[in-house]
Structures are given as structure tokens and as C-alpha cells.
Design a protein around this ligand. Structure first.
Ligand code: ADP
Length: 433
């Protein structure tokens, strides 16, 4: 049945019934009785309509509390439709609320900050990362103009100029952010912030490393080129002078070679696909070899002692040799003739440890935290005199990081140094049987 038929048929039936009853009564008891009965019936129908209208008005006022009855005739259909519309509306609202909550959850997981603003840049919503990046607080700042919350002059200029296709680099509390405003529907705006502090720091480290490495290589190369030019331009140079130049060139060539070898070791240590091969290490044997190398380097100028009373390790021999070897060679190189170098392998509560102490020149406090930076030297000329590359302790740091071990340095200028490598207990080799 069509909508119109559904509405009009009950109305027509009721009017027909009133007319039939009115006519019947008029026929039996006279015209006045018939008209009176018809009017009474019409009044009853009118009252019924008014009653349902009142119910409808009350329900519209408070649909949660009031129930609509079935209604009579046409009202049944109207009430049913209203109920359906309300149920659909409730379902849509629930779906929308769930979708919104999922959207917010997804936005909260983003590593970037997201701020949603209306057409006049009033804050509507932002995720926790944006709160951190831009110093916002959704709870207290909602509804405030974003230019009153992010007060950096660069940001305000960016908003005023309106060149939003370009991102803006913003510094907030030592953090470097790339922010970008994206207009979207109804002239609303999204502000996205991306933290590039770590990337910038790494990039700066890379630039510094290249600059330092080039500088380190240029010095010996300049010396070698200088002597080569002299030799080429002065064929009359006597044999002993020529031999002296040759010796100096060989020394500079060796220096460059050490430097390149150390840089390669560092690169290899940093590369992720360089696997750590673990083997059983006889520490007495390994430390004995390191002691022998130290004696060769010292050439009898120092007293070198070795005490081994710690366990053997399961670890990578070459990396361990490189880390401990660097500490021992530094102890010899930074200890004046006649000094003492002690190597002690022992076990503590935290795990096995290797201590290398010397009675050398020591290091003053302000340098201690920077010793493991690449090319950091307390005294450049002393490092070069003793064939240092400035990369030894950077290599030690990288090796130890790969082994979950830690380096502790105690030192005082003029009073010697003590370098300790603390290994985790898990590195100990537990012999079976
Ligand atoms: P280098 O090749 O210059 O020795 P390292 O990275 O091994 O480079 O050491 C960095 C700096 O730390 C050295 O230049 C030196 O100034 C200081 N240093 C390292 N070990 C010692 C030590 N045992 N005694 C005094 N100074 C040291």
C-alpha cells in the first residue's frame, strides 16, 4: 500500500463511520439526535487526535524517559516511523563515536604531531605528540587561537604569509621541528610537526667526521707532497738528506695507514650486517699476548704487570683484543719513561672486569666525558708524537656497546689513569663438568 493510501484510508473510514452512525440515529430518532451524535463522535475523534499530539510533543521533549504508545489509526504509522528514525539516528551516532575514537587512537600512535584547527585557527584537537612538540595542552588550550599558544615569531610569520606549500623549520626547547600547515575542507587546517633533532645531530656528526678525517689525512699528505716536491726540484740533494726525507715520508705514510685502518674498524663495528662471532676465549692467553705487545711498544721504558684471576669469556676474540689492546697501548703511550702500567683481570659482583691503570700524565676532569668522541684528544701534539689516531677510545666504546659492557674512567691530571671495562655476568664462560 502506498504512503498516501496508508494515511487517508483510516481517516476516510472514521469519517464514514461517523456519517453512517449520524444518519442511522437521525433516521430512527430524528434529525437533531442524528446531528448531535455525529458532532459527539467528531468531538471524540478530535480529542483523540489532541491526546496523541500531546503524547508526541512530550516524547519529542524527552525521548529517553517517555514511551510512545502504539497510537490509533494514522498515528500508529507516524509513531512507528519516528521510532525507526530515532533508532537509526542512535546507530549512526554510535558508529560515528566509535569511528572518531578509532581515528583519535590512530592519531595518538603517530610519531608526528597533529593539530586540528577551525577556519580561524582555533584549536579543536591535537594528539599527545603535538602537545609535547609544541607545548600545547588539549585539556586547557582547546578553543584558543593557535598563534596565541605557539608564540614563536617564525611561526606567526609563517601563518601570516600563508605560503603553506613550504614547510617551516622551528626550534622549540632545543628540539628541531619541521612543521607544515595543510588547509582542508571548510577552510579548516591541520598542522603537522615532525621532530628532526636526532637526524640533524647525526647529520652534524657525519659532517664533523668527514671534516676531521679529511683534516687528519691532509696533514701527513702535505708533508709527503712537500718532500716529494723538494726531491723532484732539487736533484742535487745529497744522499743522507734524501734518506732523512724518505724516512719522514715513510712515517707520514704509516700514520695515514693507521688512520685509514682505524676508520675502517669503526665503520665495520657500526655496520649492522657485521655479525658478532662468539668463541671461547682463554683470557690468560689473550691478555698475555696484549702484555707482550705492550712490552714491544714500551721497549723497556715502563714496568708492565699482568694479574689474571678472573674467568674465561664467551665472546669475540678480535674485538676484545682491539678494546683491551687500545687501553693498554694508551696507558703505555701516555705514561712517561720509568712509569708503571698494570693490567688486572678479575671478577666482581657485577661480572668480570678488566682494569688498566697507569702512573702517567692523567686527564683532567673536564675532558673525561668527551674521551670516546672520534678525534677527541686532550693534547693533540702528544697524541701525534705517539702515533695516535684519535680513534682508539671511539673503537673501544663501539666494541663495548656490542658486548653490553661498560667503560669507566678514573683519572686526575698528573696522577695517572684507571680505565675499567665491566662485562656483564652473561659473558662468563661456564665450563661444563
Ligand atoms: P689517541 O689515538 O689520540 O690516543 P684515543 O681515542 O685512544 O686517541 O684517546 C683519546 C685521548 O684520550 C687521547 O688523545 C689522550 O689525550 C687521552 N687518553 C687516552 N688514554 C689516556 C691515558 N691512559 N692517559 C692519559 N690520557 C689518555
Amino acid at each position: 500500500m502506498t504512503h498516501q493510501a496508508l494515511f487517508w484510508i483510516p481517516v476516510a473510514l472514521r469519517l464514514a463511520l461517523v456519517s453512517v452512525v449520524g444518519l442511522a440515529v437521525g433516521y430512527v430518532w430524528g434529525l437533531l439526535a442524528g446531528v448531535s451524535i455525529a458532532l459527539l463522535a467528531l468531538a471524540f475523534l478530535l480529542l483523540q487526535q489532541l491526546f496523541y499530539m500531546y503524547r508526541l510533543s512530550a516524547w519529542l521533549e524527552d525521548p529517553e524517559q517517555i514511551r510512545l504508545d502504539d497510537g490509533g489509526g494514522t498515528w500508529t504509522e507516524i509513531f512507528a516511523k519516528l521510532y525507526r528514525m530515532r533508532r537509526e539516528d542512535q546507530r549512526n551516532r554510535a558508529e560515528l563515536a566509535e569511528w572518531l575514537s578509532r581515528f583519535r587512537q590512530a592519531m595518538s600512535q603517530l610519531p608526528d604531531g597533529v593539530v586540528i584547527m577551525d577556519d580561524v585557527l582555533f584549536l579543536e584537537w591535537c594528539n599527545p605528540v603535538a602537545e609535547q612538540h609544541l607545548g600545547l595542552s588539549l585539556a586547557t588550550d582547546k578553543g584558543m587561537r593557535v598563534t596565541n599558544l605557539i608564540r614563536s615569531p617564525e611561526f606567526i610569520d609563517y601563518i601570516i604569509l600563508g605560503r603553506y606549500e613550504e614547510p617551516l623549520t622551528l626550534t622549540v626547547d632545543d628540539r628541531k621541528l619541521i612543521v607544515r600547515l595543510i588547509p582542508f575542507e571548510n577552510r579548516r587546517h591541520i598542522l603537522v610537526s615532525h621532530d628532526v633533532t636526532d637526524f640533524e645531530r647525526l647529520d652534524q656528526m657525519r659532517r664533523d667526521f668527514i671534516a676531521n678525517a679529511s683534516h687528519e689525512l691532509r696533514t701527513p699528505l702535505t708533508v709527503i707532497n712537500g718532500f716529494l716536491e723538494i726531491t723532484a726540484n732539487q736533484p742535487e740533494l745529497d744522499g743522507p738528506t734524501r734518506a732523512r726525507h724518505m724516512k719522514l715520508m715513510v712515517e707520514q705514510g704509516q700514520r695515514m695507514q693507521h688512520l685509514v685502518e682505524d676508520m675502517l674498524v669503526l665503520t665495520r663495528l657500526e655496520s649492522m650486517d657485521y655479525p658478532l662471532r662468539e668463541e671461547e676465549i682463554n683470557m690468560r692467553e689473550l691478555l698475555g699476548q696484549i702484555e707482550a705487545e705492550a712490552n714491544a711498544l714500551s721497549a723497556g721504558r715502563h714496568q708492565i704487570s699482568l694479574v689474571v684471576d678472573g674467568p674465561d669469556l664467551r665472546d669475540n676474540t678480535e674485538e676484545l683484543r682491539s678494546a683491551i689492546g687500545n687501553l693498554v697501548s694508551n696507558a703505555v703511550r701516555y705514561t712517561p719513561d720509568g712509569g708503571q702500567v698494570d693490567i688486572h683481570w678479575s671478577e666482581s659482583d657485577a661480572g668480570p672486569k678488566c682494569t688498566v691503570s697507569d702512573s702517567g700524565i692523567g686527564i683532567s676532569q673536564e675532558h673525561l666525558s668527551r674521551l670516546t668522541e672520534r678525534f677527541y684528544r686532550v693534547d693533540k701534539s702528544r697524541s701525534r708524537e705517539t702515533k695516535g689516531t684519535g680513534l682508539g677510545l671511539a673503537i673501544v666504546k663501539h666494541v663495548l656497546m656490542r658486548h653490553d659492557a661498560q667503560l669507566h674512567v678514573q683519572s686526575e691530571a698528573g696522577k695517572g689513569s684507571k680505565f675499567t671495562i665491566q662485562f656483564p655476568r652473561s659473558a662468563m664462560l661456564l665450563r661444563q663438568g
